[in-house]
Design a protein. Structure first.
Length: 95
């Protein structure tokens, strides 16, 4: 067997590594969706989901301080500021 086959066997048999790859894959999918989304609100939701998934990875890596900071700033505050800005620009367009 090749080195890649041994690596793949190791990843599949180790559940934590497989979980990391699954979360990383979902993060990539959400990131692509955020770039390709037609509506800004959909892109904002996808970016918030990426941030929440990164919080999950930080917790699994035993970095709770980084996870709390990412949850507060990345998911919470940044999303709230972007939603507020989006709401203010939509209100201005109706006039």
């Amino acid at each position: 067997m090749t080195d890649f086959a041994y690596w793949l066997k190791d990843v599949i048999t180790d559940g934590i590594k497989l979980f990391y790859f699954l979360i990383g894959g979902v993060m990539i999918v959400f990131s692509i969706f955020a770039v390709e989304a037609k509506k800004i609100v959909d892109a904002l939701i996808a970016l918030s989901a990426v941030s929440l998934l990164s919080v999950l990875i930080f917790v699994m890596l035993k970095a709770p301080d980084v996870a709390i900071t990412e949850a507060a700033v990345g998911s919470g505050l940044a999303s709230a500021v972007m939603l507020f800005a989006l709401w203010k620009t939509k209100v201005g367009e109706k006039k």
